[in-house]
Write a protein that binds this ligand. Sequence first.
Ligand code: LMR
Length: 329
Amino acid sequence: MFKLTAKALACALSLSIAGMAQAADPIVIKFSHVVAEHTPKGQGALLFKQLAEERLGDKVKVEVYANSSLFGDGKEMEALLLGDVQLIAPSLAKFEQYTKQIQVFDLPFMFQDMAAVDRFQQSPEGQALLTSMEDKNITGLGYWHNGLKQLSANKALREPKDARGLKFRVQASAVLEEQFKVVRANPRKMSFAEVYQGLQTGVVNGAENPYSNIYSQKMHEVQKFITESNHGVLDYMLITNTKFWNSLPDDVRSELDKIIVEVTAEVNKQADELNEGDKQRILDAKTTEIISLTPEQRGMWRDAMKPVWTKFEGEIGADLIKAADAANQ
Ligand code: LMR
C-alpha cells in the first residue's frame, strides 16, 4: 500500500475537479436555421452535429433548431451577434446590412449554372467575402449550396409581361426587390416562415425558390405553376460569431474547422440531387405544372432583368461583378 502525500492528494483532487468541470460543461453550439430538415441546409446542420459530437466527445454539444423554431430569418443575425446562437447559415440574400458586396450573388442571371456559382465561391474574390465582415464580428466558415431559384405563381409565367402587377414575396434584399420591379411586378419582403401562408391567403401571388424549399414548405400546394427559370441562386454562408470562434480552445476549433470542410463538401455534393428529387416529388403530387422556358423566352427574362446589374454596380463593385461573371467561362 502506498501513502499519498498531502500535495499529491491536493493535486489529484484538483485534477479530478477539473475533469468533472470539463465533463459537466461541454461547449454548447446552437445552430439555428429556417428551413426543413430534408433540405441541403437542414441536412448539413444535422451532419455537423453528428460529426462534432462523435469526434469531440463531451467537449461539445450541438443543438440544432430547424424551421425557424428558435429564431426566424429576421432575428437570427442579431441573435448570432448577441451570442444567443453560435452558428447560422443565412441565404446570401440576407447580408446587405453587413456588406453590399455579397449582393453580387443576388444579381439575376449572374451565373449560368451551379458549377459557375461554385467556381466563384472558391475563387480568391469569393473566399475574400468570407472574412469581409470580421470587423462586424461575423466570420464566414464556408459556402453551402441550395440551388437555382424557380419562379412560382398561380398564373403561368412564360414571358416577363406575365408577371406584371403580381405580388411576389422576396427575401430582405434590395437587389431582389429591384429584380421584380423591372418586370413591373410588386415585390414584398416577407420572412421565410410566413411564405406559405402569404401564398395561401393571397397576400402574395408568387415567389422564387429552389425546388427543395418549395417542396419542404409545401408551397406547391398553393402554387399552380412553377416556371423553371433558373434565374438566380439561393446559397448560404455558414457564419459564426468571430469572438466566440476565436475563444474556442485550439484543439476544438481546429477539429470543428476540419468537420466544416467535410460537411460543406457533402452538402454541396448532395444539394443538386435533393432539389431534383423534390422537383420529382412536386410532379408526383400533381398540384403544379412545371413550365420549361424556350431559349427565346429565357432570353426575354434575362434581357428584362439585366438592368438590375447596372443599378447595383456602384454598391457591389464592377470588379467583383466581373470576377463573378468570369466564373461562367
Ligand atoms: C428564404 O428566405 O427564402 C431562404 O433564405 C430560406 C432559406 O434559408 O433557404
